[in-house]
Design a protein around this ligand. Structure first.
Ligand SMILES: C[S@@+](CC[C@H](N)C(=O)[O-])C[C@H]1O[C@@H](n2cnc3c(N)ncnc32)[C@H](O)[C@@H]1O
Length: 439
């Protein structure tokens, strides 16, 4: 049979009926873009120094163009300025998408460097470690796998916001991303462990559960219509705490500023429904402190729960933007829950001020976290590093009543259990109330 005839015969074979793909599940939550304009951090190409906490080995202190955070960000004054803001916002959006796409290139370069260095060793030393190069090949496979997930995360994210479309996402063109953005992305991968994997459960039990317990204690279902209790979670990360609160029947809104987080939470909340159907290798970036080589390529599975399993009528939303800019309406929230958040402030008194204003009289603020000030090591940034004692004094002067206080809540943050190096935080947890008779 000629090649052409064989091809024709192959075509004539009855083909398996191809079924249309199942419709995607309805979104759990679509984020509302409320950001008025990108911050200087975004324009300058860098975000706040969360690397410090998100990833203990991330380089700190990247210089950025200064903005005086004491100056309010005014809305654009004319059309031209408005257009410029739009352009900057689009550029920022594309820059983060590009970082997601650049991950594989960046990581393969890293592994190639290790291979080159290994091959530069004397032959007799290389022979002592026959498993070394095969291990690097395993890491390469994990990189490709992670890259596939990252591609899925940014696929179609141009229309993830309810009220804002970003027409073009750079059309697949990939340019080198900054080390800072790469570190943020690697930290975001570890955030999947904390928020949406079985592996992260002990960490969630120590960080989120005490907050949830206080919510349940203060707003019990026999005395409250839970759907009418409005709870805000600023700096919501990948959204698990806010989702857990909504699961209990409360009306809950998560707010997040970073597009790394927002793209990723959009993926988990809206596109994952089967439990543990996705896999990630969050520890492959860690070349030090591994007891066994295999520890570096341990996978985690997510999501450990079906994000679509919220009860019918649940009221859960996410907003995108700077907490201080977008929450200005007074006396709205029954409860504000902050977890590992207040130290992201340039000036924590501004956060206290905003929280005081937007809480209803009688409302509570629950906080759990350390005071690892994000801007501390950034030369051109305002950073007011208050001790907990000072924060407490400020809260009391505002008029908050302290109802619960625990200065020694032991927690971790995106910890790698297998690692030889682990950070522990002795967090402060408090519940403070804005008195009924305040305004
Ligand atoms: C240390 S992470 C904590 C995330 C989450 N609460 C948790 O416990 O996993 C702090 C989060 O706050 C976000 N963030 C920082 N400043 C913010 C701001 N002004 N408005 C909203 N989110 C902010 C960061 O992007 C980051 O996701």
């Amino acid at each position: 049979m000629s090649v052409a005839a064989a091809a024709a015969a192959a075509c004539a074979l009855p083909r398996k009926e191809s079924l249309p793909p199942p419709p995607p599940p309805p979104p759990v939550v679509r984020a509302m873009m409320r950001r008025r304009r990108p911050s200087e951090e975004e324009r300058g190409g860098e975000e706040a120094g969360e690397g410090q906490r998100w990833d203990g080995d991330a380089p700190l202190g990247t210089e950025r163009r200064p903005r005086d955070p004491r100056q309010p960000r005014l809305p654009p004054t004319d059309a031209k300025e408005g257009e410029e803001e739009e352009r900057l916002e689009r550029d920022h959006f594309r820059r983060i998408i590009n970082a997601f796409r650049y991950y594989g290139i960046n990581m393969h370069e890293r592994v190639n460097r290790t291979e080159r260095q290994f091959r530069s060793l004397p032959a007799n030393q290389q022979k002592l470690l026959p498993q070394f190069l095969p291990h690097l090949d395993k890491i390469r496979k994990c990189i490709d796998h992670n890259q596939g997930i990252l591609q899925s995360i940014v696929k179609d994210c141009t229309n993830m916001f309810e009220n804002k479309e970003y027409g073009d996402d750079g059309n697949g063109k990939i340019t080198p991303a900054s080390t800072f953005d790469m570190d943020k992305l690697k930290s975001t991968l570890k955030q999947f462990v904390r928020d949406w994997s079985e592996t992260g459960k002990p960490e969630r039990d120590s960080c989120y559960q005490p907050i949830i317990n206080e919510i349940v204690k203060n707003f019990p279902k026999d005395r409250w219509d839970l759907s009418k209790v409005n709870i805000l979670v600023p700096g919501a990360g990948l959204g698990r705490l806010a989702w857990e609160i909504a699961m209990l029947g409360y009306t809950c809104q998560g707010n997040e500023w970073s597009l790394f987080m927002l793209f990723s939470s959009n993926f988990v909340l809206n596109r994952c429904c089967e439990t543990n159907s996705y896999k990630l290798y969050p520890w492959i970036h860690q070349f030090s402190n591994n007891k066994k080589s295999a520890d570096q390529i341990q996978p985690i599975y997510f999501p450990d729960v079906d994000p679509h399993s919220l009860p019918p009528g649940a009221n859960f939303s996410m907003t995108a933007g700077d907490f201080q800019e977008i929450y200005s309406e007074c006396n709205i929230w029954d409860c504000i829950a902050t977890c590992f958040f207040i130290d992201t402030a340039h000036n924590v008194i501004d956060y206290i001020d905003t929280i005081w204003k937007i809480l209803k009289p009688g409302g509570i603020w629950i906080n759990l976290g350390p005071l690892l000030y994000h801007f501390e090591n950034l030369a051109n940034e305002l950073s007011i590093e208050l001790s907990y004692e000072d924060i407490k004094n400020v809260m009391l002067q505002y008029g908050f009543h302290i109802e619960v206080e625990n200065e020694s809540v032991l927690t971790t943050y995106t910890v790698n259990d297998l690692s030889m190096m682990k950070y522990y935080y002795e967090c402060v947890m408090f519940v403070v109330r804005k008195p009924e008779n305040s305004n």
